[in-house]
Design a protein. Sequence first.
Length: 505
Amino acid sequence: MNKVRVRFAPSPTGPLHIGGVRTALYNYLFAKQNGGDFLLRIEDTDQTRFVPGAEEYIIEAFQWLGIQFDEGVGIGGPFGPYKQSERKPMYKQYADYLIENGWAYYAFDTPEALDAKRKEAEAQKKTFQYDANTRGSLCNSLTLSEEEVKQRVASGAPYVVRFKYPADLDITVHDLIRGDVTINSNLLDDKVLFKSDGMPTYHLANIVDDHTMEISHVIRGEEWLPSAPLHVMLYKAFGWEAPAFAHLPLLLKPDGNGKLSKRDGDRLGFPVFPLQWTDPKSGDISSGYRESGYLPEAVINMLALLGWNPGTEQEIMDLDTLVKLFSIENISKSGAKFNLEKAKWFNHQYIQMAPMERLLPMFEAELAKHGVKAEPEFLSYVAQLMRERVHFIPEFWEQTSYFFVAPTEYDPQAVKKRWKPGTAVHLRKMMEIVESVQPFSKEQAHDLVMEYVQGNELNMGAIMNSFRIALVGAAKGPDLFEIIYAIGVTETARRVERAIQTIEP
RNA sequence: GCUGGAUUCGUCUAGUUGGCCCAGGACGUCAGGUUUUCAUCCUGAAAAUCGGGGGUUCGAAUCCCCCAUCCAGUACCA
């Protein structure tokens, strides 16, 4: 059996969509599981759609995700170049080969002429197709004399090369996920393989590259299934052995129907792209998983399970585990809707599992965004205490700001509910007790304060929450004495006074 | 329209040789518990007549047929 070689082949037309990331992930898992190679090829045959920065974005995204390519753009390798625009000179000979062997023909019809045909057909509620039925009445090397064709080509007249399907042929694509898919060639149209600008289309370039790069398995999105018959015919025409195909189900939008799109993310509050992306033309910013505070492992785990499962009830799997457990047979056939809540859960899981030394720099960066610089030891203490509450990295600030900055506002709801008349008196007393514990001890302070609360028959919930409101600004947070210990008794006293002055002057 | 693909709890899914499935797990939801509060955490519950209708069979989510719905493709885009 040939070596497993798979590829991820995006076009640099914008940021990498999360569905594309999943496709790449499945390719990667399959390659690694089989000791094969995983390559990155950039399919930039459409120069009009090229977006600057997109290629760099793709490479950076996979770096962040920890998915490594063995060969390809940005890495190199024995089958380069890996960018189709740089392979341009080699495609024409393949188109010529097809023409010489009767598998393709020159077509001179102008885009306008074809457009008119389509409109005409549409008016009759039909679809115009360039196929065995119509190619005999159009302007191409099948209808023009050999002399005329030669002349046109020699004179530099624009032309495209179209594939010539044999008539009435049942073409079967064997798909690893869906089984055999068969379609009759009469229903297919003569796809353009080579464009008038001298570039191949996806179909030609893809087949030529997959073959010359010795790709063994083509794992790609379901949107390619309809053109798979063309691809198998192309392999046949060239006399090449076709790779195995697997067409992945699509990623759907969380509400309603249809493919997940860029707009859905912004609308529903979750990223559709791995990294934040600024559109070079409009300046529009699309959020990214990285910037939204997702851990790459969580994104990978979540994505892996969107359309695949290990066949067991295991859900938390790192990349290495996924490599071991992945199997194409367990990929589902229908599209999967993205689920934000589950994504959140995954991220929470991974934040709890991550080693502290990974989390710390991220937490530190969050603080920096708010102009706070903490001592490493203090940060570490707070992180240890608070990390179980964090679902996304930016939440770290929301959950812990009061460890670093005294509250300036007090949640009115909490105050209304907990702060009773006379609270100030008791808080000052309790503060005295806390200050009397020298040196400070969480346990001792706790016991003495409790003694006071019980001795005076105070409402525990009310008084302790008032204390909390003074320190935190709201009715939330970890154990009160942990907070006192962290911010210090002096700061605690200052906050208590300030709260009293503000709430009960 | 045409062609292809898909169809199990709200969501992701298990179920692949028909019986152990009056359908299992996870997320979410709800109810309890833990906690001075919030979050976490723990326990439990509700939640799919397996898209619909016909068959085949002692027995079907699993096999056959028809229908419906959704998605994709239908470019000199990938």
